[in-house]
Design a protein around this ligand. Structure first.
Ligand code: SF4
Length: 310
């Protein structure tokens, strides 16, 4: 029986939707959800649903057997989704990026319970709360700002340093820039509970000055341990300081955005900091381009008629 005759073969769109649904189920599973309630009120196991969807994806019609019209429609749809023009995926890692000295031991365990990871993060968080390695920061902070989100997140947003509001609340990205980051996350079809957010350092530099290299170095081991526990697939570095600190380079942020860098198996994307977008809203379009590039690689669907980062 040929692929076209097979009753289980799917057109391209259906296979693509199956992939997107399966990846969303994976995300839920990583959040600790193991089953969902189906319309007839019975509980359905997420693993078995994912297996069914994977089988559907494998049975998609090969390109050669699709009609000319189907192929044309697909081309048109891809163009329509990229409302700001083609975002071409680029190779990782680019030759210009040095090998970072911060080496992460990322082992892709699939069955680590979120509660176990949370317990491990809680231990690091307690150490951070007691840390006085940076004398000035430890004496001026109101709270340490450890990080927040899902311990099993696929995606981590990595910012610069806590500001006044973050210092007050002990949580990253809760000020004006944080509200804009929330909009970016929502535009991706995600919530803060599905991702993880952290900064280069855990204490606010007085007067919102940039963190010094020594302060970043002092805090590097906490970051390393957080990432080794979370094991994200993707990290988005927000702004030049986070990008340069994480990838240990000095390349201007404008030249780093729009591509993935590899760091110990993690795909790293650099883009502008939300605080910069508040100062120069014209850059929102660039950030939305970067986010769409990320979403495509993550298998997330860009919502139709999405206005992106507004
Ligand atoms: S910034 Fe990091 S290393 Fe420095 S005092 Fe705060 S927790 Fe410790």
């Amino acid at each position: 029986m040929s692929a076209e005759q097979s009753p289980t073969s799917l057109p391209f769109d259906a296979a693509r939707i199956a992939k997107a649904v399966r990846q969303r189920l994976q995300s839920l599973q990583r959040s600790g959800i193991t089953s969902i309630r189906s319309p007839n009120a019975s509980q359905t196991d997420l693993s078995s649903l994912q297996n069914q969807l994977a089988n559907m994806e494998q049975n998609r019609l090969p390109t050669a057997s699709r009609s000319k019209n189907e192929v044309l429609c697909e081309d048109e749809r891809v163009k329509a989704e990229d409302h700001v023009g083609e975002v071409a995926p680029k190779q990782i890692p680019p030759a210009s990026v040095p090998t970072p000295s911060l080496t992460l031991n990322i082992s892709r365990e699939t069955a680590v319970m979120p509660s176990k990871k949370q317990s491990e993060l809680d231990i690091v968080c307690q150490e951070v709360a007691n840390c006085t390695a940076c004398t000035e920061l430890a004496s001026t902070r109101a709270h340490t700002v450890f990080g927040v989100g899902n311990p099993n997140a696929r995606l981590v947003f990595y910012g610069e340093a806590p500001g006044a509001e973050e210092d007050k609340q002990g949580e990253p990205f809760v000020g004006r820039a944080g509200k804009l980051l929330n909009k970016i996350i929502e535009a991706m079809g995600l919530t803060r509970d599905e991702i993880y957010i952290l900064n280069t350092i855990k204490c606010r530099p007085p007067g919102n000055r940039n963190p010094t290299p020594d302060e970043q170095q002092n805090c590097a081991d906490f970051l390393k341990r957080q990432l080794e526990i979370i094991q994200p697939e993707y990290i988005v570095c927000l702004g030049a300081i986070a990008s340069h600190s994480f990838l240990e380079c000095k390349t201007p942020i404008g030249k780093m955005r729009g591509q993935f860098f590899d760091k110990n198996g993690i795909k790293v994307l650099c883009t502008f900091h939300p605080a910069y977008l508040l100062r120069d809203p014209r850059r929102k379009r660039d950030v939305w381009d970067d986010i769409q590039f990320l979403m495509k690689d993550m298998g997330l669907t860009v919502p139709k008629n999405s206005e992106g980062v507004t």
